[in-house]
Design a protein around this ligand. Sequence first.
Ligand code: NAD
Length: 285
Amino acid sequence: MTSAGAVLIDGKALSESTRSTLAERLRAAGRRARLDAILVGDDKAAAIYAENQARTCAAVGIDYVLHRLPAGARFDDIAGRVLLLNAADDVRAIMLHLPLPEGVDTERVQSLIAPEKDVEGVNPANIGNAVYGRRSLVPCTALATLEMIEWTRTPLRGARCVIVGASNIVGKPIAVLLMRAEATVISCNKYTKDLASLTRTADVLVAAAGVPGLITAEMVKPGAAVVDVGINRVPGAGGKMVTVGDVAFDDVRRVAGFLSPVPGGVGPMTVAMLLRNCVDAALRV
Ligand code: NAD
């Protein structure tokens, strides 16, 4: 920690260097990767998101194939498309845009994606494989969080890591990755009693609760590495909506050793980890 406060964990810069490494890996292998994405319905925002994703992929050398299904698609239609992609030899990476139409069981569709093609890590088989230390595609936000912690060079073996938030797709996979690194892991949720007494002991603190400003300076051990996964829209100055994390940034910055900002932290790194999972899936023999 310096008098200027915590060192910023710059997710944007880290994601740019990750992307150039990925492009280089593909060049060196003389290969292109490919991501097959399923988008159901004609939601404008989702279509724009998919267009941006296609551009992001292209910049690294990943072809993007968008499979559009009509808004009226039912479970069988979506599941059928997933199974076709699972069976296609030239498809190595599959992702499913959300939300799915009302009445379609999202988790049931996700669990049909072949684990070795599941680049978002949403099939529960992949988290199971991660627990056993087997080769697996881990959810991108958890990978992003781990990359950012590793960037701080905090030795993880034996470190005390407290994760605030325990959802299946964010908090729990982060806990698994940190357990794999032989850290001492404490998983907290909204029922945790006296949260501050736990967070104050953390060498590594991950905030992934979806509660703006939840983590304040008094809750942070001086010098700790703090990664803010939260993405919350709140009214800012003049009533304009702004994006903030779960950490009271200016407050915590005075105490922490390292701190990731929102925006510009875990968000861009999560995108980079999706690209990395695609490249891993493409280059896997
Ligand atoms: P979720 O609502 O599914 O889970 C929230 C978890 O936090 C639960 O385990 C809940 O018990 C816990 N929690 C809620 N309030 C708490 C409190 N006061 N104290 C302690 N624990 C509390 O949310 P999620 O999908 O895991 O997402 C969490 C946050 O991460 C959200 O802000 C979301 O937008 C963000 N997110 C970011 C990325 C990214 O790429 N950066 C990706 C996914 C989610």
